[in-house]
Design a protein around this ligand. Sequence first.
Ligand code: GLA
Length: 360
Amino acid sequence: MNSKQTKNTPITILEDVFGTTKDGVTVKRFKMNNENGMEVSIITYGGIITSLKVPNKNNVSEDVVLGYNLLSDYEKSTPYFGALIGRYGNRIAKGKFSIDGKEYTLQANDGPNHLHGGVKGFDKVVWSAEVLNDVGALKLSYLSKDMEEGYPGNLHTEVIYTLTNDNVLEVFYRATTDKKTIVNLTQHSYFNLSGDFSKPILDHIVSINANKFIPVDANLIPTGKLKDVANTPFDFREPKKIGQEINIEHEQLKRGLGYDHCWVLNDQNQAMRFTASAHEPNSGRLLEVFSSEPGIQLYTGNFLDGTLPNKQGGTYAYRTGFCLETQHYPDSPNQKEFPSTILKPGEVYSSKTSFKFSIK
Ligand code: GLA
């Protein structure tokens, strides 16, 4: 949590009802406002950020995240718009992994693989909410039961969203278990910093603080080797347009249908550091992402195809949003060389990511 905030910080947090699930559960919405024109709306279903309003260079606040106006649309079909992802973000090959010689089998919900926690992951459950007014934060909690979606151990998860007056939205994750398990939590917001959801994101200028990325096979599972970004379209060490090289002939771009890869972030020491940025020159909006995680997945909305309704009366067309998902590497439970995602009883999983907005 941001220690700079005091009791007097005028972050206002208002609560209303967003909707009722098809099982009859009430879903609350919390609107957090700061004194600099930022407004974040978060619902208890999936911990989803349904809207994130940020000022442009003319000080006009507009929504910069993809999502829906209606809960029923989230329940019907969503490519994880704005959601918390768990218990394991990204893919696990064939949904199988072993802990201490015992094999566990998860649902294959993405071709042959397990993706983003399964059929009913953390993005589709209703979280308990507590407003922490003194620090301008919303605390969400969820107990994922032993063997839920096939994962061992009762996992107590807490996610704290904190808004600050310097236009930072911080996401703090904490989890404990009573049996050895695997954990990899992330936030799946799709950004379009233009504020216009009919515009593709190809003109956003992106940088990623990574010298290497993780090549994948035809099913988007890491081959196990890390590759230097130098002389590849995956080099974002100097800022460049997302669209600059997205359509060039490259086997990895073909497999991802664009960018849908995890980068190996520099300076891996668990401390918060700069990981990536995105700048949309017309609006002037700049997003900078800081994180304690070792990796970041850049996904460029390659599966958006104009079938899902947007919040502005149209639909979400191809590449009208991009995600920067901080995380451990895909398929870590099956890749011995990758940083471990195992959580043991008595240990505390903790992870932090900040999304900082400004004008450039
Ligand atoms: C992740 C995956 C993508 C895709 C999206 C949701 O970012 O890496 O392949 O599944 O989620 O559509």
